[in-house]
Design a protein around this ligand. Structure first.
Ligand SMILES: Cc1cc2nc3c(=O)[nH]c(=O)nc-3n(C[C@H](O)[C@H](O)[C@H](O)COP(=O)(O)OP(=O)(O)OC[C@H]3O[C@@H](n4cnc5c(N)ncnc54)[C@H](O)[C@@H]3O)c2cc1C
Ligand code: FES
Ligand code: FES
Length: 466
């Protein structure tokens, strides 16, 4: 299979194995050494590039970590490295970094500049806080973030004059991006879909697989799932939300219908990894990884999601997500089955949702304990309730007994204290790098109460639960 994409201003066709990483292609095949190798685990952002997808005649750009991206996933896309951003001279973002002393050794700088150019291209209402969020996956070890923040402020100030109706033209005229960007849609539409080989091992975003087994993967024949994703991975009809398994966390986070139904949705999703990881990490990958602390998995369990699996002979079955996890990394799944779709009912006006996550760092960290809840109530009475919790057992846990106990009960401190006793019998945390057993049991208790203090402050007060 030949993989075809536009790299900066050049059309590229390569017969390289699609399982090789984009980072290796950029540095060793294309000899573009501006993109750096740091951690190779998605944590540092030194390898950040932009990936542009053609949707409805427009190219939508997002920052991605090239160290975790299989080459096959970028077929048909526009990949922009630091070299492609200053083809016609130093650009406005680079200028701002220099003016504000936002760089010293320079190792991290291409990653920061690329992420900020992604922000410049994407953000319809650019502000300081969204600009800072766009660099949440970039780490600098020597400059100090204050001067980078000042550079960001300069960029945001410059963007106040942006012409929203002719954004691309304005960005080109004002030297944020080079002129060749205008020709990219015409180049991308010439690229035919990729006929990829169906290898035994499925890969979607690659953010779990490449961290675990980077060296083994590059020579394998993989089944690339994300290469087939389209512009519309989420459909919502009569309150039912259907996601293709290849929906990325960013797509989920930015869906306005879900955000309208679940206040706080955007902020919950922002607690998952970082912008460039969310831009490639998929829902299906999170579910199959079966990590007891998978944030998307815990969220989808509380939403009573169903998953649809298809095997190689195209046999299809749909099961509840809470029936999928049988033991530590043991799934109700035969080896060639692929998750195709995830569906759940959006909370209605009488149903509330909350998500809590405790980790060592607020952002770009996995949870010590995470938990989600949906509560349908009629005044103080609980009509339906589903609570899930991660980091407290071998699987992402649906707290069936605790949830069942609460149905039909009133939301009072006394009932919640009773429910918490049941919760403690359902969980079996172990001591590990993310905390001791006692600490996790305490977190489980506090986060469980936190759901109710957040959602029903009129019925329960924190001091009643201590
Ligand atoms: C820096 C970093 C930070 C992270 N932070 C978080 C975090 O805060 N919270 C969190 O929950 N996770 C986090 N993760 C983990 C990871 O990003 C998620 O689990 C992600 O959703 C995995 O999706 P993917 O598409 O990248 O999976 P992949 O790596 O492509 O695949 C993961 C597994 O799923 C299988 N697979 C993928 N899709 C399917 C499918 N549709 N059907 C069948 N099998 C499939 C693959 O074969 C593989 O076994 C982080 C990862 C990194 C690198
Ligand atoms: S090399 Fe660190 S995120 Fe890719
Ligand atoms: S400038 Fe040296 S790591 Fe950021």
């Amino acid at each position: 299979m030949n993989i075809q994409f536009v790299l900066n201003d050049q059309m590229v066709i390569t017969a390289n194995n699609g399982a090789g990483t984009l980072l290796d292609f950029i540095r060793y095949d294309a000899q573009l050494k501006g993109t750096k190798i740091g951690c190779r685990e998605g944590d540092c952002g030194a390898c950040t590039v932009l990936s542009g997808t053609l949707c409805n005649n427009q190219v939508h750009y997002k920052s991605i970590t090239s160290c975790l991206t299989p080459l096959a996933n970028i077929h048909g896309k526009h990949i922009v490295t630091i070299e492609g951003l200053n083809i016609s001279g130093v650009n406005k973002v680079q200028d701002a970094m220099v003016e504000n002393s936002g760089t010293q050794c320079g190792f991290c700088t291409p990653g920061f500049v690329v992420s900020l150019c992604g922000f410049v291209l994407n953000e319809e209402n650019p502000g300081q806080s969204s600009a800072i969020s766009s660099i949440d996956g970039n780490i600098c070890r020597c400059t100090g973030y204050k001067s980078i923040e000042r550079a960001v402020q300069t960029i945001v100030n410059d963007l106040t004059a942006v012409d929203k109706t002719n954004r691309l033209e304005w960005l080109i005229k004002n030297k944020f991006i080079p002129e060749y960007f205008e020709s990219i849609p015409f180049q991308l539409e010439k690229i035919e879909p990729l006929l990829s080989p169906a290898g035994n091992l499925a890969i979607a975003g690659g953010t779990d697989l490449y961290v675990k087994s980077h060296d083994e993967l590059s020579d394998m024949t993989l089944n690339f799932l994300s290469g087939h994703s389209t512009c519309d991975d989420i459909s919502i009809q009569t309150g039912e939300c259907k996601l293709k398994a290849t929906t990325t966390v960013s797509e989920l986070m930015n869906n306005t219908i879900i955000s309208d139904a679940i206040p706080g949705w955007y902020q919950y999703m922002k607690l998952v990894s970082s912008t460039p990881i969310r831009n490639i990490a998929t829902v299906g990958g999170n579910l199959i990884n079966a990590s007891p602390i998978g944030d998307i998995t815990i969220t989808l369990l509380a939403l009573n999601s169903k998953i649809t699996l298809t095997d190689i002979a195209k046999n299809q079955r749909t099961i509840h997500l809470h029936d999928f996890y049988k033991g530590y990394k043991i799934l109700d799944k035969i080896s060639d089955e692929i998750i195709m779709e995830v569906s759940f009912q959006l909370p209605d006006l009488h149903t509330k949702f909350n998500f809590e996550k405790v980790s060592k760092r607020t952002y770009l960290d996995i949870a010590s304990v995470n938990t989600a809840i949906t509560v349908q109530n009629k005044d103080q009475e609980i009509v339906q309730l589903r609570c899930s919790m991660g980091g407290v057992g071998p699987i992402p846990l649906f707290l069936a007994s605790t949830s069942n106990f609460l149905v039909g009960k009133k939301i009072t401190a006394a009932i919640l204290l009773e429910a918490e006793q049941i919760l403690q019998t359902e969980i079996t945390p172990i001591s590990d790098a993310r905390g001791q057993i006692e600490y996790k049991r305490l977190l489980a208790k506090q986060l469980f109460f936190s759901h109710f203090i957040t959602l029903f402050p009129q019925y329960v007060k924190m001091e009643e639960l201590i």
